[in-house]
Design a protein. Structure first.
Length: 120
């Protein structure tokens, strides 16, 4: 095997063994969003994404008040994941990056969507 071909094969093999770099954190600030109920009803909400002590914090404001999510993290694949404690249960939420700068995904039977506010 020619030396350049061998070098190329070795380089590709080594790159395949290196884990992908962690995805960049989403933009901090105010995000507009929505919660879609299983029956299709949509409620407009506002998310606040911040960092405190090196950890992401996510708070949601809606008609009934404010809710702080726990274990907020960006997964290696870029998903925004967090836990939502509600009614004695804990929902594991995963929002996938959408084209542009938003996120959307499921929290139990609910569908959440969020995108950075234009003026942020």
């Amino acid at each position: 095997m020619p030396r350049t071909m061998l070098t190329g094969c070795l380089t590709m093999a080594l790159l395949a063994m290196v884990p992908a770099a962690a995805a960049a954190a989403p933009q901090l600030g105010i995000w507009d969003g929505s919660i879609t109920q299983p029956d299709g009803a949509v409620e407009t909400v506002v998310f606040a994404l911040s960092e405190e002590g090196g950890e992401l914090q996510l708070t949601m404001s809606e008609s009934e008040g404010h809710l702080r999510f726990s274990d907020v993290r960006v997964e290696d694949n870029g998903d925004l994941a967090f836990s939502w404690r509600t009614g004695g249960a804990t929902l594991e939420c995963v929002l996938e990056p959408q084209e542009g700068t938003g996120y959307a995904g499921r929290c139990g039977d609910l569908r959440l969507a969020m995108h950075p506010r234009a003026d942020e």
